[in-house]
Write a protein that binds this ligand. Structure first.
Ligand code: ZN
Length: 197
C-alpha cells in the first residue's frame, strides 16, 4: 500500500544508508592507506640503499578479485631492481633483507606500533623472503632469528626517524592518488628528503 511510509521514515532510512556507505568507504580507505605505507616502506628504504625502483603502485583492481583466495589481502606492488651485483655477497643479501622488512615495518610504525592492529598473514610473502635471506647469512637457526629481530629493531628506528618517515609519508600520499609511481619519482623523493636531513 502506498502512502504508509512517512517522510521521516524515508529520511531516516536514507540517512542510515548514507552512514553505512560512509563507514564502508572509510574502512576501504584506511586499509588502502595502510597498504600505501607498506609499499612506500619497501620503495623508499630500497631506493635509499641504492636499488632502482622500477615502479610502485596500489593495484586496486585486485582488491576484490583476490577476496576468495585464502590469505591474499595484499594488493600493492613494488618492483625493485638491484642492477649488476653479486647476489650472494653479504652486503647484497642484507640490503634485500632490509628492503623486504621495510614494508611490514612501515605499516607497523604507521599503525603507531599497535601490535593488535597487525595482520601478519598479509606479510606471509615478505616473511618467507626475509627468512630465505637470513638463511643465507646465518647457518644456525637461533642466529637467524636473532638477526631478524636485530634488523626489525634497527628498521623501526630508521623508518620512524627523519628523513625516512617524511619520504615514506610523501610517497604514500602520492600512491593514494591511484596512479602508478615511476622509479624516478621515488628517487626524487629520496634525494629531496635526504638533502634536508
Ligand atoms: Zn610487502
Amino acid at each position: 500500500m502506498l502512502g504508509t511510509i512517512s517522510r521521516e521514515q524515508v529520511l531516516a532510512a536514507e540517512f542510515e544508508w548514507r552512514e553505512r556507505a560512509l563507514d564502508w568507504e572509510w574502512a576501504d580507505d584506511e586499509e588502502e592507506l595502510v597498504t600505501a605505507y607498506h609499499e612506500a616502506g619497501h620503495a623508499i628504504v630500497g631506493c635509499a640503499l641504492g636499488a632502482h625502483i622500477a615502479s610502485v603502485s596500489l593495484s586496486q583492481a585486485s582488491m576484490f578479485d583476490d577476496e576468495d583466495e585464502i590469505g591474499v589481502r595484499r594488493f600493492g606492488d613494488c618492483i625493485v631492481q638491484w642492477g649488476r651485483i653479486d647476489p650472494n655477497s653479504d652486503w647484497q643479501v642484507t640490503r634485500e633483507l632490509l628492503t623486504i622488512l621495510a614494508g611490514p615495518v612501515a605499516e607497523f610504525v604507521y599503525q603507531s606500533g599497535d601490535e593488535d592492529a597487525l595482520d601478519v598473514r598479509t606479510w606471509a610473502g615478505d616473511w618467507r623472503q626475509a627468512q630465505r635471506c637470513v638463511a643465507i647469512l646465518k647457518k644456525d637457526p637461533q642466529q637467524q632469528t636473532k638477526l631478524l629481530h636485530q634488523c626489525i629493531a634497527q628498521l623501526r628506528h630508521i623508518v620512524s626517524s627523519e628523513p625516512c618517515w617524511s619520504a615514506i609519508a610523501a610517497l604514500a600520499d602520492e600512491l593514494m592518488l591511484g596512479d602508478e609511481i615511476e622509479g624516478e619519482q621515488v628517487a626524487d623523493l629520496v634525494r629531496f628528503w635526504w638533502s634536508r636531513a
